[in-house]
Design a protein around this ligand. Structure first.
Ligand SMILES: Cc1ncc(COP(=O)(O)O)c(C=O)c1O
Length: 399
């Protein structure tokens, strides 16, 4: 089938890269040991501190997000250290796999893949750990396979109340730049991120935001590391350099994306994502399809995962939508394969893109013969432009 117009990339990352960002990286590579590069890298390292809401150092690796996860563990822990990982979905499984491969002792706190990490589960595990055996608690902030968010501030309060010294390691790969995230205020020790989601940059960069406590743990941590070692990174970064060849043009892209986020203002960025999440869920409810996240307090603003009705394969629906409307939706992952489709509404995105996305889903539901009610798109439009609202009314136009 020949497609005209542009492809709709509505997976929950990689996300659409704005033209401004593409143009910023479309330039000759520069000497990564020269003065121009140092200016670039110091600017993006500082810019990322603003996005993480931290005054502590941020490290940028040339890698996908998974590399950032491995870096967080090898830099803070030692062989055989017990770690608590919360089962929230497919990406918590990634953490479990990495931690076990590194020789850490994982206690995997079971979850039903429809909720974030429960503070009560953390409380019971840590309260029973009077010898402070657990060295780290690992939580995925926005579980990209389910659209359920873990409440990091509450989890940290639980750790503090119990005076448990474990490090708090958070995967914010699909939330940073899309949802409220406060590395310092929430006392997170290592936050991991990737470039390809809320940050609107192509895949290929990962990030570690680090606390003082994590830096102290780094001095004692004896897991083997070379490429991922923070120490040479931090030493080189002070001068705007890297210990090996950085992904220069992705850093040009990141600089432009950071400018865009700054121009919009982070509170507006988060508000935009919340609104689009709300409109998407309104559509799903009107279609009479079940949203995977079952706790309204934990809904993701970055993406929405939706079950197809029993007996209707979500991948068949995605295939129809791709073929007919040239739109990519996220597949169900792990135990949700074939049962769930995921709508990404994060990154470089606006109301009309969302209306187009939801229209593609609604038409796809019809063409694929998936039982549903009509009216999802209208329900979403009612959130985006509520009936009776009037943009020309003086109260809205005047400041
Ligand atoms: C929450 C989360 N963690 C980890 C990863 C793995 O990141 P990457 O695929 O960039 O290695 C992803 C990727 O989608 C993710 O969404």
């Amino acid at each position: 089938m020949i497609h005209t117009g542009r492809h709709f990339l509505q997976i929950p990352g990689p996300t659409n890269v704005p033209d401004r960002v593409l143009r910023a990286m479309d330039r000759p590579v520069i000497d990564h040991r020269g003065p121009e590069f140092a200016v670039l890298s110091l600017e993006v390292l500082t810019g990322m501190q603003t996005i993480f809401q931290t005054k502590s150092p941020v490290i940028i690796f040339p890698s996908s997000g998974t590399g950032g996860c491995e870096a967080a563990l090898v830099n803070t822990l030692s062989p055989g250290d017990p770690v608590l990982i919360f089962e929230t979905g497919a990406f918590s499984q990634v953490w479990k796999r990495i931690a076990e491969a590194l020789g850490l002792r994982v206690e995997y706190v079971p979850g039903n893949w429809r909720r974030g990490a429960r503070p009560a589960d953390l409380e019971s595990r840590l309260a029973a750990d009077s010898s402070h055996a657990f060295k780290a608690v690992v939580v995925v902030h926005n579980e990209t396979s389910t659209g359920a968010v873990s409440r990091i501030a509450e989890l940290r309060r639980t750790m503090n109340r119990l005076r448990h010294p474990a490090l708090l390691i958070v995967d914010a790969i699909s939330s940073l730049g899309a949802m409220e995230y406060r590395h310092d205020e929430w006392e997170v020790d290592v936050t991991v991120c990737g470039s390809q989601k809320g940050l609107m940059v192509p895949p290929g960069l990962s990030f570690n935001a680090i606390s003082e406590k994590a830096l102290a743990a780094n001095k004692k941590a004896s897991l083997r590391r070379a490429y991922w070692d923070w120490e040479p990174m931090l030493n080189n970064n002070r001068e705007g350099l890297f210990p090996y060849t950085p992904a220069t043009n992705l850093l040009f892209a990141l600089r432009e994306a950071l400018h865009m986020l700054e121009e919009e203002g982070l509170p507006n960025v988060f508000r935009r994502h919340r609104r689009h999440g709300e409109a998407t869920r309104a559509a799903a409810r009107a279609w009479n399809l079940e949203i995977v996240c079952e706790d309204p307090e934990e809904y993701s603003s970055a993406m929405t995962a939706v079950f197809t009705p029993e007996g209707h394969n979500a991948d068949a629906l995605r295939k129809v939508i791709l073929e007919h409307f040239d739109m990519s939706l996220g597949a169900g992952l792990g135990k949700f394969a074939g049962k769930v489709f995921r709508i990404g509404h994060l990154g470089s995105f606006n109301d009309l893109m969302l209306a187009g996305t939801l229209s593609g889903v609604e038409m796809g539901l019809r063409l694929a013969g998936v039982p549903h009610d009509d009216g999802g798109v209208m329900a979403a439009l009612d959130i985006l432009a509520p009936p009776g609202s009037n943009a020309l009314s003086p109260s809205i136009v005047s400041p």
